[in-house]
Ligand binder design. Structure first.
Ligand SMILES: [Zn+2]
Length: 166
C-alpha cells in the first residue's frame, strides 16, 4: 500500500492525544507503533496539534513509575497480574489528573495555605476532574480515615487498608 503524506494515523489529533495522555505512552513507543524509525514526526504533530507535552520532571517520574510496575508484573501468569493492571490505570489516572486539575492556593477543605496533595473525593478513580480535590496532608489523612482507606491497628498506628472500596 502506498502511503501518502497527511494520512498517517498520527495525523489524527484525537488518536495522538489518547496515545500520549490517556495511555501514557512515550514518544518512542508511539513512533514504534507507527513504524517510524525516529520520534521526530510524532513530536512535530504534538506541537502542530498544540497537545501539551510532558516536562522533563514528568518524564522521569513516569519512567520510574513504570519500572516499578514492570517489576511487579514480571510474568503475567502471576495471579496478581489483574490486580496490578488495575493499579496501572489508577496510577495513570492519578498522574493525569494531577497534570490537568489546576492546583489552588489553599486546601479545598480547611482553606489553609499549605502544601497540597491530590485526593480522590469519593475514591472513584475517574478522569472527571470534579471527582478530585487538592487538599493539605492533614485533610487528606482525615478524609481517607473517614472513607475507610486508612485504619488504626491495635497499637494505635495507622495502616493503609489493602483493598479499599474504590
Ligand atoms: Zn486542609
Amino acid at each position: 500500500m502506498v502511503k501518502t503524506s497527511g494520512t498517517e494515523i498520527y495525523d489524527c489529533r484525537a488518536w495522538l492525544y489518547i496515545q500520549y495522555w490517556l495511555l501514557d505512552k512515550s514518544l518512542d513507543e508511539i513512533a514504534k507503533e507507527c513504524n517510524l524509525n525516529n520520534k521526530s514526526p510524532i513530536w512535530n504533530r504534538l506541537k502542530k496539534f498544540k497537545i501539551p507535552t510532558r516536562s522533563q520532571k514528568d518524564v522521569i517520574k513516569l519512567e520510574s513509575y513504570r519500572k516499578k510496575l514492570r517489576k511487579a508484573n514480571l510474568g503475567n501468569k502471576n495471579p496478581m497480574f489483574g490486580k496490578f493492571k488495575e493499579n496501572v490505570s489508577y496510577g495513570g489516572i492519578h498522574w493525569w489528573v494531577k497534570r490537568n486539575k489546576p492546583k489552588p492556593e489553599k486546601c479545598e477543605i480547611c482553606n489553609k495555605n499549605v502544601k497540597l496533595e491530590l485526593s480522590s473525593k469519593n475514591h472513584i478513580i475517574s478522569r472527571n476532574l470534579d471527582d478530585w480535590q487538592w487538599v493539605c496532608h492533614k485533610c487528606h489523612y482525615n478524609h481517607d480515615l473517614e472513607k475507610g482507606l486508612l485504619n488504626r491497628n491495635g497499637k494505635g498506628q495507622f495502616n493503609k487498608v489493602d483493598n479499599p472500596k474504590w
